[in-house]
Write a protein that binds this ligand. Sequence first.
Ligand SMILES: Cc1cc2nc3c(=O)[nH]c(=O)nc-3n(C[C@H](O)[C@H](O)[C@H](O)COP(=O)(O)OP(=O)(O)OC[C@H]3O[C@@H](n4cnc5c(N)ncnc54)[C@H](O)[C@@H]3O)c2cc1C
Length: 664
Amino acid sequence: MEALDYHAEERRKAEFDVEEMKVVWAGSPHEYEMSDRVARVVASDPVFRKDNRTMLSRKDLFKDTLRKVAHAWKRIIELHLSEEEVNKLWFYVDQPAYADLHFGMFIPAIKGQGTDEQQEKWLPMAYKMQIIGCYAQTELGHGSNVQGLETTATFDPQTDEFVIHSPTLTSSKWWPGGLGKASTHAVVYARLITDGQDLGVHGFIVQLRSLDDHSPLPGITVGDIGMKFGSGAYNSMDNGVLRFDHVRIPRNQMLMSVAQVTREGKYIQSDVPRQLVYGTMVFIRQKIVSDASCALSRAVCIATRYSAVRRQFGSQNSGPETQVINYKTQQSRLFPLLASAYAFRFVGEWLKWLYTDVTQRLQANDFSTLPEVHACTAGLKSITSSATADAIEECRKLCGGHGYLSSSGLPELFAVYVPACTYEGDNFVMLLQVARFLMKTVSQLGSGKKPVGTTAYMGRAEHLMQCCCEVESAEDWLKPSVILEAFEARAAGMSVTCAKNLSKFSNPEEGFAELSADLVEAAVAHCQLIVVSKFIEKLQQDIPGKGVKRQLEILCNVYALYLVHKHLGDFISTGCITPKQGAQANEQLRLLYSQVRPNAIALVDAFNYTDHYLSSILGRYDGNVYQKLYDEAWKDPLNDTDVPDGYHEYIRPILKQHILTARL
Ligand SMILES: Cc1cc2nc3c(=O)[nH]c(=O)nc-3n(C[C@H](O)[C@H](O)[C@H](O)COP(=O)(O)OP(=O)(O)OC[C@H]3O[C@@H](n4cnc5c(N)ncnc54)[C@H](O)[C@@H]3O)c2cc1C
């Protein structure tokens, strides 16, 4: 018997080849095949079930996480998975765990900052998981301000060791994932002190726990920092607290690719430029942008499928009520998020290329693009993670009351995702760094130094700020050149205005602090331009498959015009468009929503998410929402008995008036 598909009619409406779109989303036919295969391996394995996660106590959840990691590791070895398959497997297991930090931060830190000998010594053990590592930078007192860290690493020339110490309460390491219970080692960031001189923050490999019985080594106090936001969610991770009481490590455990301490305690900067460490940072940030597109597409998939199943009002002649996806308000909230998911996917793809490009340049001692790349990755990390966090919450609201149920998958997704706005650089601190770079770029315009890469448009700032937008009718907003010029003019205008206002201050730092809110907005405008331009560039490629490119063009226009509508004040106040042109952009946007509508379900099917990965009754592929919600409710432990535990102690005495209500 054919399985019931409540979305069958929706799927028939699609005007493009969904299988080809799946390949575009995945990045290549190879990526698609590999990702699809690994997703099925995970989905079919009972150890990887996720549906009970929010019901587990913290201890049980943590143990379940340890079990999953151990099982995943076993499968990786049994199936001889390649590195890319391993990454996909962790992705689909979809449970924050110490292994994320081990592979995602500890190993890259050693690769990026360790000498060849250090890499030879530590990496083989780390790759085989004979040691488990974490990344211990943040302290109770300082996170964003890394230079304010207080942990010390004092060189003792008599023993050829560093003494790692936590001198104050606020110097306690606080937050590192995997530190609380699992890690045996950490890359610890501490102030290097040699010969009485404080040489700033450096990384050190420190063993924390015994490799025999896992107990903390002498001088080490370590534990978990406690429950975090939401149930289930990020509580599978053992974010930790760590203190050192004069812990000694050999000198060769300082990560010494960019600076070294000699046997005599002399500090020397190596020939390898400091900027090399930026390569690792670009790698980590491009991953965060790619994670944003995954989390966003997942929320959008749930909200879109449910919006097609849910019907409210509008019944005529006793016919069916209206699918809520047909309401224009629903479309105007949902479709820009769908378009953003694709936009972030493509900008993430481009960042992967950028990482390769930067790595090659660094190897050839070319550091010319680094400031621009640093600003661009910091900014994209910020705007994509902020937009995704907001979008997941919007998707919850788009699902009405049922979106608030754990079984919708959205509360847990939100709770797991939101810290991305904070970790790896607080989003506002990141945007301020972008703004600083933009101000420097503007200040150098007169000196003949040509802006490069994503800031090349700044070289035409004067022209951009004077030219008039060509839009005469709503349809003109469909031209990529028109969109690009409007975004460039807005971004250039906002940066130049900030620079002019800054120049009025006699003390530039005071000016920067005073204008920081405007500067952040200029940085956002610059980063949104990057996303829009990379989407447009993607469309210039050859994209096979019936109707696929057409759908992407529609989504690109939705993304850009949604931003024009949302930030209309910026576009008008910088003089790059008129209020009438703003209204025309909105008119065109409405028309585009109608074009997205018949393809909406197919566009989220193209993400190729299994029901296991989505972990949402509302987002089920077959749309059988009501029956499954009903069945799921009965599985709640509260429903194990009709009469609840506690009835005799606390409900019955009230009902039977056994509690004396003297004052009534
Ligand atoms: C789930 C999670 C996992 C983490 N994992 C790790 C890990 O594995 N290893 C690790 O070392 N750390 C980890 N962290 C810590 C994380 O990296 C820091 O929390 C992050 O860098 C932000 O720093 P902060 O907490 O000091 O925020 P703060 O800097 O104190 O931010 C507080 C507020 O001040 C604002 N602010 C700060 N500076 C400025 C400024 N100059 N101008 C204007 N506004 C400013 C911020 O925008 C924010 O609104 C994790 C954190 C979380 C939540």
